[in-house]
Write a protein that binds this ligand. Sequence first.
Ligand SMILES: [Mn+2]
Length: 318
Amino acid sequence: MSADRIQIVTAADAKYIVPLLVLAKSLAVNLGEGASAVLHVIDGGLGRRNRRLLERTLGAERVDVRWVSPPPREWFNGVPVFGHVNVSTYYRIAVPRLFPDLKKAIYMDADMLMLGSAADLWRMPMEGRPLMAVQDNNSSTAESARLPGYRELGIAPDAKVFNGGLLVMDLEQWRAGGIAEQILDYSRKYAREIRYWDQDGINAALAGRWVVLPYAWNWRVDCGMPGKSTGLDPEHPERQAGVLHFCSATKPWHYYCEHPLRATFFAYLDRTPLSGWRPRPPLKALMNRHFWGARLRSLPLVGRVWSALRTGAGGSSS
Ligand SMILES: [Mn+2]
């Protein structure tokens, strides 16, 4: 039956241990009736303690962990790396080569959380295509995404563009078609124009050749804009979303994140060995007197004394 096991691949380093545990636990809880899975983690430097935390998270679950070393840096010579992203974003295109024994895999960013049935996603028909993904909501077409070189490559302006956070990959087709090599060639050729790192190359190589998954399977949540509606009921996001993707630079495990869906994130974290963990305020916040004022006010007796002193001494200094 091992051929039927759901194969998930992700990549993480020590800075991503908290979201990695959340992804793993959410997968285990939402595998689907009777299903089992293997979670392959491309280990970008987690360290023994963090690896142990993940193993403990999945100890009694139907998900096995396998550790994989990252591909050699030379594979990615000459590809563009800039902004808040490092070379590890390119690991997803190395999946066909890193896992020669697998026929199919679901690549998931470590900033994702599974809410729907992983087995349902795994069983979706690929219609003979090398990839299934979700169309991007901001940069939805080659033209609007300004996909470098799309005209010269004969890609239609209205060709759909996907978000690279979740990729269901037919690895046999990727290997047979040399798709990763095409993406690397493209990434070097258009290095100066690329905006979305490897995502541009995957889109250019597979334009018009991928299955469009329902939006539910990569529901993007912008934690930098808590007021902007995600279209989800924060009490029951699972009613609409199969996978949450915390794709913005602000993440639920950051101190300044106030997005209502962080509650969902911490509900899963609290079912792992890091239960109760919350982000600590950065130094910047500790040096702010309003921060301490708010903390003191929230203490039962001290708060009343503090408020009385403030009012008595300072008058109406807001
Ligand atoms: Mn992501």
